[in-house]
Design a protein around this ligand. Structure first.
Ligand code: F6R
Length: 611
């Protein structure tokens, strides 16, 4: 949610910032801008995608060795040139970019208006910037001190990065609740919301923590807390290759990421699963096994697709570990007054590791003494650092805004955690345990097999591109997959789609069914198969158009469905890792058929760092 890039050093700042903004565009793409500082401070901004900013700057003076850039996901004020970042202070001396929300901006704005300030934009960012400038004026202090004083008054989440015309050798940045990474080069420094704009130049990074302030010069990095005490930067090596964040010949990141799943699931299992010996190695689980095996209850906290992975995990943990599980939307959990007991274990699932609602929900649970286990994709992210223990999903950078490979990797990790706990608790018999490990081992190959249906799914999808609605139904382990399939379709193609437990449809949604409504059944062979066949009959009896995801050897459903997509057979507990794949492709190809920007669907952003 909003991407930030900044540079100070001997290189030309503008092309580097522009490239970085394109890499970060998945975080927000309704407007963008840069501020470039040499002897003068120039601010350029434009509504629309980064390419539109680039076009508008052809022929402009963009020479500079220090600069800041921003790609926006609107919170305060509609997407427009005026509301785009960077913002300039009243005097024109300062420029600032911001990711996050200043919750008490209205109060600060009123105070400033009373002092005679006026505002060019509707943003909370411009308010904070002028608040900083006002403090500087009143206290006759430097920018660093003014930022520190201002941030002590600010309620909300932010990463801010500032340039000061009078100090072209310095960039000042601060963080609370939104991500910020500093890249350390030779005689140069980089700043970004994640490491993707940085890895091309350096692998040495520092993740800035909440309530820290960074003062960057080309050859110097000073980190301080808001109490003005110096902090020693903890330099980490990035384990990320440039190829991982490029499209690699695919038309879209989403398609690339769908096709990466055989490898990403494999990477997730690699070094952890030894199916032959019957061993799963996961340090985060082993080191905390007493807590996990003795958990009275597990509460899974997540949002969106990660929440769907949590729903699958609920079925798996209850089945294998016999531990009661609750799955909570982080955004609801954080504002409730939830009852948390000493023996509760929280499992927080997040691809980005930066989702604001999930972060605050974790903090709330932590305050009440819960043990937090993170299942996170982005290494070093806020949720990874907030958790007591965790397991990374190792899916690599997910850039397409709609989550795909992160989901299957989350399922693989959650399954291994459940299997490990079940083994410890002795709630699974050895034969089933060994069978599940052996089956899990085959999932990457079966995912590869499932992807072979891509061309036929492309043809099939074009027949549904003009529909206005779709209903997704599933039972058991495939119920959350129905929810995920519906979410993918609405995100990518803007077709209204609902997911439901198949048996629940008769309690309401069946009223929607007529000869125009596509009903997508997730109906791979499992213990509910006969039941879902009956549900398909109920839809057919009302002339609904049945599309089904089925197991390869299913001979029953093809005779009943208008269209079907097949996946290899596996144990029902592992089926979601395969049955979701045709639904991802189905949504992708419908989005393409409709001419949608599938990598950057309207109104969405990858990393939701606002509440
Ligand atoms: C759906 C999607 C979102 C995310 C949600 C949680 O395709 O991308 O629903 O799943 O915003 O994000 P993370 O997993 O980063 O916490």
């Amino acid at each position: 949610m909003c991407g930030i890039v900044a540079y100070i050093g001997p290189r030309e700042a503008y092309p580097l910032i522009l490239k970085g903004l394109k890499r970060l565009e998945y975080r927000g793409y309704d407007s963008s801008g840069v501020a470039l500082l040499n002897d003068d401070l120039r601010v350029y901004k434009k509504k629309g995608k980064v390419a539109e900013l680039e076009e508008s700057l052809v022929g402009q003076d963009v020479h500079a060795h220090a600069g800041i850039g921003h790609t926006r996901w609107a919170t305060h004020g509609e997407p427009s040139d005026r509301n785009a970042h960077p913002h300039s202070s009243a005097s024109g001396r300062l420029a600032m970019i911001h990711n996050g929300i200043i919750e008490n901006y209205a109060q600060l704005k009123n105070e400033l208006i009373k002092k005679g300030y006026s505002f060019q934009s509707d943003t909370d960012t411009e308010v904070l910037l002028n608040f900083v400038e006002d403090i500087q004026k009143n206290n006759n202090c430097g920018l660093e001190e003014a930022v520190r004083i201002a941030l002590r008054r600010v309620v909300g989440a932010y990463v801010i990065v500032l340039l000061d015309k009078d100090h072209p050798d310095t960039i000042i940045a601060a963080r609370k609740g939104s991500p910020l990474v500093i890249g350390i080069g030779k005689g140069e420094h980089f700043l970004a919301s994640d490491a993707s704009p940085i890895i091309e130049y350096t692998k040495e990074v520092v993740y800035v923590n909440d309530y820290e302030l960074a003062i960057l010069k080309a050859d110097e990095l000073i980190l301080k807390n808001l109490g003005n005490e110096k902090i020693t930067p903890f330099i980490q090596k990035l384990d990320l290759e440039l190829a991982a964040i490029e499209k690699g010949g695919f038309e879209h990141f989403m398609l690339k990421e769908i096709f990466e799943q055989p490898e990403t699931i494999f990477d997730c299992l690699r070094g952890r699963l030894d199916a032959e010996k019957g061993i799963i190695t996961m340090a985060g689980v082993e080191n905390n096994i007493e807590k996990l095996r003795n958990a009275d209850r597990m509460i899974i906290i997540a949002c969106g697709t990660s929440w769907h992975a949590g729903l699958v995990a609920e079925y798996i943990f209850e089945e294998l570990c016999r531990i009661p599980v609750e799955v909570e939307y982080a955004s609801e959990f954080r504002y409730r007054n939830p009852v948390i007991h000493n023996g509760d274990v929280i499992i927080a699932i997040s691809q980005s590791g930066e989702t604001a609602d999930t972060i605050v929900a974790i903090e709330k649970a932590k305050e009440q003494g819960a043990f937090i286990m993170g299942v996170v994709n982005v290494v070093g992210s806020s949720i990874a650092r907030l958790s007591h223990a965790g397991a990374y999903t190792h899916a690599g950078p997910e850039i397409g805004v709609a989550s795909t490979k992160a989901f299957t990797a989350q399922l693989a990790v959650l399954t291994m955690i459940a299997l490990k706990i079940a083994k410890e608790k002795d709630t699974i018999d050895q034969t089933r345990y060994m069978h599940l490990l052996a089956e899990l081992h085959t999932i990457p190959e079966k995912a590869r097999e499932a992807l072979k249906a891509a061309d036929s799914i492309k043809k099939l999808a074009s027949r549904y591109a003009n529909d206005a609605n779709a209903l997704y139904l599933g039972r058991g382990y495939n119920f959350p997959v129905a929810l995920e399939g519906a979410l993918k379709l609405k995100e990518i193609s803007y077709i209204h789609a609902e997911g439901y437990p198949a048996a629940e449809m008769k309690h309401g949604p069946i009223a929607l069914v007529d000869e125009t409504l596509p009903v997508i059944f997730v109906a791979t062979r499992d213990s509910y198969h006969d039941k879902i066949v009956s549900n398909i009959q109920e839809i057919r009896a009302r002339k609904g158009r049945v599309v089904a995801v089925i197991s390869q050897d299913d001979e029953v459903i093809p005779k009943m469905a208008e269209d079907y997509m097949t996946v290899p057979e596996t144990d029902e507990l592992l089926a979601p890792m395969l049955s979701v794949i045709p639904l991802q492709l189905f949504a992708y190809y419908i989005g393409i058929a409709k001419g949608c920007d599938v990598d950057k669907p309207r109104n969405l952003a990858k990393s939701v760092t606002v509440e």
